[in-house]
Write a protein that binds this ligand. Structure first.
Ligand code: UD1
Ligand code: CA
Length: 459
C-alpha cells in the first residue's frame, strides 16, 4: 500500500504565532491543506498526519476532510523533538512492504504529479530510501546533500551541523522522502539525538541505511519552487506569491483574461469560465463561480455565483447570486443571501442584504435594501431605504412588479407595495400601498411671496 506521513507537529516557533504553523493560510486555505490535497490527487491510499500540541486546532480545521488519520506525537520533557521522532509516532501504522512517502506540512507547493513521479522513480530503482532534492541559489536553513567521490548520496547535513565546506553545497534536502516500510522501521529504531539541535533528525535515516548496506538514492526536482519550505511569515508570503501565479497562469491558459496577474488573487477551486476579464485588485474566493462574458474590476467576490455577461466594478459580493447581464457598482456591497436577477442595475453606494431583486429592476445610486423581496422592473430612487430593523427585531418588505420607489423615501417594514405602486420622493411609508396607487407622505409645500426681501436678505 502507498502511505503518506505528513509531519505537522512542529512548534513553528519561527512563525512567532499562536496559530499552528501548518494552519497559516495561503490563498484562503491552511498550508497543510495543499500538502494533503497533493497526496489525495496522487496515487496514495492512506494519509497519516502527525500532530502535536496543536492537535485540537488542526483536527478541528480538517474535521470535514475524509481519508485523513491524525497521529499524536508525544511531547514534553521525556520525549525528544524532531522530524525523526515525529515519524516514529506513526510507524506502528506501517507494514513492511508499504511504500511510504514522508512530507512536511510546511511545504505547501508540492504537486501530485511530482509525488507520483517520485514514487515511481523510487520503486523502479528498488531503493530502501530515496530523497527528493533540488539545487537552489540560496540553500540557507535547508539540510545539505553530501555526496561521495562517485556522486552517490552519502548523508544529509543540517545547517546547524554543517561545516563551512558543507554550507557551500547548493543541493538541498526537500524534506520529502520515500521509504520501503521495513527500511523506515529499521532506520527509525537506529536514530539518535547527537547533533547541534539535540533533536532526532529523520535526515539521519540516510546514513543509518547506508551503514546497513541498503540501497539509497536521490531524485532531483527541476522546479525547485515545489519544495519551498515555509518557516517564517516572510517565506509564507513568498509561497503565496508562487502559488498565486501558478493558479493565475492556469486560469489564463484556460481562457480568462487577467489584465494584471500580479494584483489578481484567485483561490484554488474558483470556477471561472472562458472570456471572463478580470481587472487589477480583484479577489475571488474558492467557492465562487463566474460565468462567461463577465468583466470584473477591482472587486472582492466570496462564495457567490455570477451569471453570464455581468459587470462588477469596485464592489464586494458575499454569499450572493447575480443574474445575467446585470451591472453592479462602482462601490456596491452585496451582503449575504442577496439574489439579484437578470439585467438589473445596482449602482454606486448601493447595499443589499438578504434580499431578492427581480429581473430588470434598477437601483442606481445610494440605497439600502435589507430583508426585501423586490419584483421585476422596479425602480428604486436615490437614497431610498428599506427600514428593516426597529432596534430589536428585523422585518421584511415586499415590492411588486413595476413599482416605483421615489428618491429619499423610507419603506418601513413590515410593508407591502403592490405591483405598480408609486411612492413619492421623500415619503416615509408605513402602510400597505395597493396596486396602482400613488403614496405620498410629506407636508404640503408653501411658497411665501416677498419673504426674502422683507428679511433684508435681498437688496
Ligand atoms: C527540515 C529538514 C531539512 C530540510 C527541510 C526542508 C530535518 C532534521 N531537517 O528542516 O533537512 O531541508 O526540512 O524544508 O528533518 N515536525 C514535527 N515534529 C517535530 C519537529 C518537526 O512534526 O518534533 C514537523 C514540522 O511541523 C514541519 C516538519 O516536521 O512540518 C519539518 O520541521 P522543521 O522544524 O520545519 O524542519 P526544518 O528545519 O525546516
Ligand atoms: Ca521547515
Amino acid at each position: 500500500m502507498k502511505v503518506s506521513i505528513i509531519l505537522a507537529a512542529g512548534e513553528g516557533t519561527r512563525m512567532k504565532s499562536k496559530v499552528p504553523k501548518v494552519l497559516h493560510e495561503i490563498l484562503g486555505r491552511p498550508m497543510l491543506f495543499y500538502v494533503l490535497n497533493a497526496c489525495k490527487n496522487a496515487a496514495i491510499e492512506k494519509n497519516l498526519v502527525v500532530v502535536g500540541h496543536n492537535k485540537k486546532k488542526v483536527k478541528e480545521k480538517f474535521k470535514e476532510e475524509s481519508d485523513v488519520n491524525f497521529i499524536e506525537q508525544p511531547m514534553g520533557d521525556n520525549y525528544p523533538y524532531g522530524t525523526g521522532f515525529a515519524v516514529s509516532s506513526a510507524v506502528s501504522e506501517i507494514e513492511d512492504d508499504d511504500t511510504v512517502i514522508i512530507l512536511n506540512g510546511d511545504t505547501p507547493l508540492i504537486s501530485n504529479s511530482t509525488i507520483d513521479c517520485f514514487l515511481k522513480f523510487h520503486e523502479c530503482r528498488g531503493n530502501a530510501m530515496t530523497v527528493l532534492t533540488a539545487d537552489i541559489p540560496d540553500p540557507t536553513n535547508y539540510g545539505r546533500i553530501v555526496r561521495d567521490g562517485d556522486a552517490n548520496i552519502k548523508a544529509i547535513v543540517e545547517e546547524k551541523d554543517a561545516n563551512e565546506k558543507e554550507k557551500l553545497i547548493r543541493e538541498i534536502n526537500s524534506g520529502i522522502f520515500v521509504f520501503r516500510g521495513s527500511a523506515l522501521k529499521y532506520a527509525i529504531k537506529n536514530l539518535n539525538t547527537d547533533n547541534a539541535a539535540g533533536e532526532m533528525y529523520l535526515t539521519d535515516a540516510l546514513e543509518v541505511l547506508v551503514r546497513a548496506g541498503e540501497k539509497v538514492g536521490s531524485f532531483k526536482i527541476k522546479d525547485a519552487h515545489e519544495i519551498f519550505g515555509v518557516n517564517s511569515r516572510y517565506e509564507l508570503s513568498n509561497a503565496s506569491e508562487i502559488l498565486r501565479q501558478k493558479i493565475n497562469k492556469k486560469y489564463m491558459i484556460d481562457g480568462v483574461t487577467l489584465i494584471d496577474s500580479s494584483s489578481t488573487y484567485i483561490e484554488l477551486g474558483a470556477k471561472i469560465e472562458e472570456d471572463v476579464t478580470i481587472y487589477p485588485n480583484t479577489y475571488i474566493d474558492k467557492k465562487s463561480e463566474i460565468k462567461t462574458g463577465c468583466v470584473i474590476y477591482d472587486s472582492k467576490i466570496y462564495n457567490s455565483t455570477i451569471d453570464k455577461d455581468v459587470t462588477i466594478k469596485s464592489s464586494e459580493i458575499e454569499d450572493s447570486t447575480i443574474g445575467q447581464g446585470t451591472k453592479v457598482g462602482p462601490y456596491a456591497h452585496l451582503r449575504p443571501n442577496s439574489h439579484v436577477g437578470k439585467n438589473c442595475k445596482v449602482g454606486n453606494f448601493v447595499e443589499i442584504k438578504n434580499s431578492n431583486v427581480g429581473d430588470g429592476s434598477k437601483m442606481s445610486h445610494l440605497a439600502y435594501i435589507g430583508d426585501a423581496d423586490i419584483g421585476r422592473d422596479v425602480n428604486i430612487g436615490c437614497g431610498a431605504i428599506f427600514v428593516n430593523y426597529d432596534g430589536r427585531d428585523k422585518f421584511r418588505s415586499k415590492v411588486g412588479d413595476h413599482a416605483f420607489i421615489g428618491s429619499n423615501s423610507n419603506i418601513v417594514a413590515p410593508l407591502e407595495v403592490e405591483d405598480y405602486g408609486y411612492i413619492a420622493a421623500g415619503s416615509t411609508i408605513t402602510k400597505k400601498v395597493l396596486k396602482g396607487q400613488l403614496s405620498l407622505e410629506r407636508a404640503e409645500q408653501k411658497n411665501i411671496d416677498g419673504w426674502v426681501l422683507r428679511k433684508g436678505f435681498m437688496k
